[in-house]
Structures are given as C-alpha cells and as structure tokens.
Write a new protein. Structure first.
Length: 259
C-alpha cells in the first residue's frame, strides 16, 4: 500500500472532528482501568491509559505476518481505515452474502466515533486490528513515545467501542512499521500484520482495475488489502462482489492471518 502523504486525511479529520478533548476523555477512561505498562523499549513513554487494552494477553510473535490460518489455499481479506457509516455496512453485507470473514484494521478515531459499527463487525464474526489513532503514515519517523501513544490509545478506543473485544493485530499506516512498534504491539498480543496484495482501491482506479490488480498479484501471497473509509469506496464494494466469488471458484478458502 502506498503511503498516502503525511498524517493523511485521518489526521485532519481527527483533529477537527474529535479534537484534543475527546482524546483526553478516552485517555482518562483507560487510566482508571490500567496497570503499569512493562513492555517499553529505550526512549518510550509509558501510556497506562491504554495498557488495559493489552491486559491479560499473551505476547505474540514480533514478525510481520502474511500467512493465512487456512493453509496454502487460504486468503485473508483485510479492510482498512474504517469504520465508516456509509461504506462499512456495505462491505459487511458483501462479506455476509459470500460467507466470508475478514480482518478490519480500524483507526482509533473512527472506532470512537462509530462504536455501533465496531460492534457490528464483531457480531458478524470478523476480527479487529489496530491501525493507530490518526493514521499517520510517517509513524516510522516519529519518537517511540509518539508511536506508543498512537498504538496503545487506538487499542483502547477500539476495545472500548467494541464492548470489550480487543484487536488481535496491528497494522502500521502505510506499512510504517519500526522494530519498536512491532515489539510494542506484540507485547500487547497484537501480531504485526502486513499484506501481499495491495488492491490499490484507495486510489479509486475503477472497479475493473481493482479486480485485475488482485487477480494479477494474488501469487504474491494470501493477504489482500482493501479499504472501507477514506473517501468514496463504491468501487471497493463493487470489486468485492466479483472478487470473493472468483476466489472461491479458484479453490481458495477464507481465513484470518496467523497469530
């Protein structure tokens, strides 16, 4: 997935629509529930406000996962940047129509704004993934303390919005992983999650182009990247309607990324 420039539109949306007050409110909620965070690395700042998101979790591998739990013919459908009140319900319907489970990589600000959609994703049997608070694609250029807050606060927001279901994965915006962010996420029970096929749907190249990209790049590996927010995702919805049945016809099964 190409980096979509700086903090991206989520940074602006978050600052304008959610604001510092909302972040502080979320932080105070998690402070009351959390214990001290012990998984820090040098230069990091602890954020006990969000440590509760990882409470009771066993650490997972720090390596970036691509493999499917369905084996060699398995594929992982991953949906980034939501939830969005227009597009997430449509994506959920297409997945339901095809009997497919997916992994939703949610932006903390979006999850906080739309808890009903987070709960709907969980109720449908899909998995949650932490995609940071503000979708900053320059995460890998920022101090460890900043990375920690973005990851852990998002985990807290998503967990609260879901009604207590924690994200099982962490995907860095634009693939901006660092050794620190991978270790931090893994220490909280969130496996770092990559992708093999970038559908390029974020660029809205047309439904046919999205479908062609997935078909042409599927040999790269099982984890396929789509989006349900960040703009008009009608092309994504239309592409999923064709891609999911096609994948079944090719003998693929649908699973979740290995943890």
């Amino acid at each position: 997935m190409a980096r979509h420039g700086g903090r991206g539109w989520y940074g602006r949306v978050f600052a304008a629509a959610v604001g510092v007050t909302a972040v502080a409110a979320a932080t105070s909620v998690w402070t009351a529930q959390a214990g001290p965070f012990s998984g820090q690395h040098s230069g990091a700042t602890a954020h006990p406000s969000s440590a509760a998101a990882g409470a009771g979790r066993s650490p997972v591998a720090v390596s970036i996962v691509h493999a499917s739990d369905q084996g060699a013919r398995g594929v992982n459908i991953t949906i980034d940047d939501g939830p969005d009140p227009v597009w997430t319900p449509q994506v959920l319907q297409v997945l339901k129509d095809n009997g497919v489970k997916a992994t939703f990589c949610m932006v903390g600000a979006q999850a906080q704004a739309h808890p009903d959609l987070v709960k709907a994703v969980v109720a449908a049997g899909h998995r949650l993934c932490d995609h940071t608070v503000s979708h900053d694609t320059t995460m890998d250029k920022k101090p460890n303390s900043y990375q920690s807050k973005e990851i852990l606060d998002a985990a807290g927001m998503i967990t609260k919005a879901s009604g207590g279901v924690r994200p099982l994965y962490y995907r860095a915006p634009g693939g901006a992983f660092t050794p620190y962010s991978r270790h931090l996420a893994a220490s909280q029970g969130m496996r770092p999650l990559g992708w093999n096929v970038d559908s390029k749907d974020f660029e809205r190249p047309g439904t046919a182009a999205i479908i062609a990209t997935v078909k042409n790049e599927l040999s790269n590996g099982p984890t396929i990247l789509f989006h349900d927010a960040g703009g008009d995702r009608s092309q994504t919805v239309a592409a999923l309607r064709e891609i999911l049945p096609w994948l079944k016809q090719q003998g693929h099964s649908f699973g979740f990324p290995v943890r």
